[in-house]
Structure formats: C-alpha cells, structure tokens
Design a protein around this ligand. Structure first.
Ligand code: XBP
Ligand code: MG
Length: 243
C-alpha cells in the first residue's frame, strides 16, 4: 500500500563522500600521517583504503586493520590508548587539510543547501565522522555561519554504533522532531544507505569516488551529483517519499 505523500520538511545529509570527496585526500593521508608520527610503518594506499571503508568510524577502522594485520597487538594493555592517541593525531591532520581549503564541496551541494533554506526546508547532518570535522568542513567551504544552517548535527561518538547501524539517524530524527516520511536522507555509500533505510527513511544516493558501483537498489534514487536535487527541490517539497 502506498503511503500518503507528505511535503518535504527536512533533508538529512551524510558528510564524507556526500558533501565532499573527503576520503582519498583528506581522511586517508591524515591516518597515514598519524601512523608515521607514532613511529608505525603502517600505510594505507588508495586501494587498500577503499576496502577499509567497509568499516565506518576512524577508531573502528584502525581497530579493524589491526585485527587483520597485527592481531597480536589487540590484547595489549595499552592498545585502547594507542587507538585514541592515533585518532586524536589523525583528527588534527585532517582538520589542517580542511582548513587549508584542500577539500571542496561536491557539485550542487552549496546550491542544494541554499535552495532548501530559501524554501524553508530544514537541514540536518547524520555522519560517522568526528563532530569537529563536520564544523571545519562547513566553515571552510560555506563560511563561518554555515553550521547554524543545520537544525541538528549528529556526528561521531554521539551514538555507540556506527553506520550501517541506524543509530545516528534515530538520534537525528528524535532531535529534529519531524515525521520520517517528510524527511529525505542523502548518502553516497551502501553502508550509509543501509543505515538510513533501517531508520525508516527514504534515501537518495549520490555515489562518490569510492562508492561508485556499490549496490544502491534500495535507494529512492541515484543521482550523479546534487545539482539535480537543487533544481528539483521545489517539486520535491510538494511530493516526497512514496515508501
Ligand atoms: C565516513 C566515515 C568516517 C571517516 C573518518 O563517515 O566512515 O569514518 O572516514 O572519520 P560519513 P573519523 O560518510 O558517515 O560522514 O576518523 O572522524 O571517525
Ligand atoms: Mg559517506
């Protein structure tokens, strides 16, 4: 049975891969710089990093890598402290890259955000990455007030389980206080799509460099970039999800 059509009230954006291509030249080199700083000879090349993206969350990703390649370290007394130290350093390197302006927004992102604001469609973020990273990216690409465009920013460790777990979407939906059927999630990856769908949201996918070719059969639509969305937003505002 088709559900009632509701006007679109809110867009909920993923960050990495969706707003900007942050993984290959942002997060990946930041992890490598942190490894080097700790005197570790670990290095994630572009291809290997693509495989590691199956695990969302930087700390979780490092842990997964260690389990695969240096499992003897896992039981070490100081292992958790090492993960946290590495991740703190990684975040500092990532923030420096963002502040340097090396990570531009993907096509159509700024236009979509502006179109939504002028139509009175609310904005939110549901990301796996660290909260500071989200603020820094918005600040560097859209100006110092851009974080305030978003009614809710859900990020990082605010929930215990990362995507594909729907926890971050549940958290954002609760704060947004809008019916799910009036919200649209925007993701670039299969794990993001799974998280949004498991929270009961319609999800539009804009595949990124690493996620191209993944299975998006459960998406409300697949678009090359958000330029299309910025143009169709007025129409979508009248007619949202059919699921
Ligand atoms: C993308 C991720 C993140 C980043 C690393 O999240 O999987 O883990 O690669 O971020 P999303 P942290 O697509 O949901 O924005 O190191 O800060 O965890
Ligand atoms: Mg993503």
């Amino acid at each position: 049975m088709a559900h009632a059509h509701r006007p679109l009230q809110a867009l909920i954006f993923d960050v990495d891969g969706t707003l900007a291509e942050t993984e290959k030249d942002g997060h990946r080199p930041a992890f490598n710089a942190a490894f080097a700083e700790q005197g570790l000879d670990w290095y994630w090349d572009e291809q290997h990093y693509g495989d590691l993206l199956a695990v969302a969350g930087g700390k979780e990703r490092i842990r997964h890598f260690v389990a695969q390649t240096h499992s003897e370290l896992l039981a070490g007394e100081h292992f958790d402290a090492l993960i946290h130290r590495l991740h703190r350093q990684k975040t500092a390197h990532y923030l420096a890259r963002v502040a340097a302006g090396s990570l531009p927004l993907r096509p159509g992102v700024a236009e979509t955000l502006r179109a939504a604001r002028s139509l009175g469609i609310r904005l939110a973020i549901a990301s796996t990455t660290t909260l500071d990273n989200v603020h820094a990216l918005l600040n560097a690409t859209l100006g110092p007030s851009a974080s305030s465009w978003f009614d809710v920013i859900g990020a990082g460790d605010v929930v215990a389980a990362k995507k594909p777990d729907p926890a971050i979407y549940h958290w954002v939906l609760q704060k947004l206080d809008a019916p799910k059927s009036a919200c649209l999630a925007i993701e670039d990856s299969r794990i993001g799509l799974l998280a949004a769908r498991a929270a009961g949201l319609a999800c539009l996918v804009t595949p990124s460099a690493y996620s191209a070719g993944q299975d998006f059969s459960d998406a409300a639509g697949v678009i090359e970039d958000l330029s299309v969305l910025s143009k169709t937003l007025p129409r979508r505002q009248k007619q949202v999800s059919q699921n």
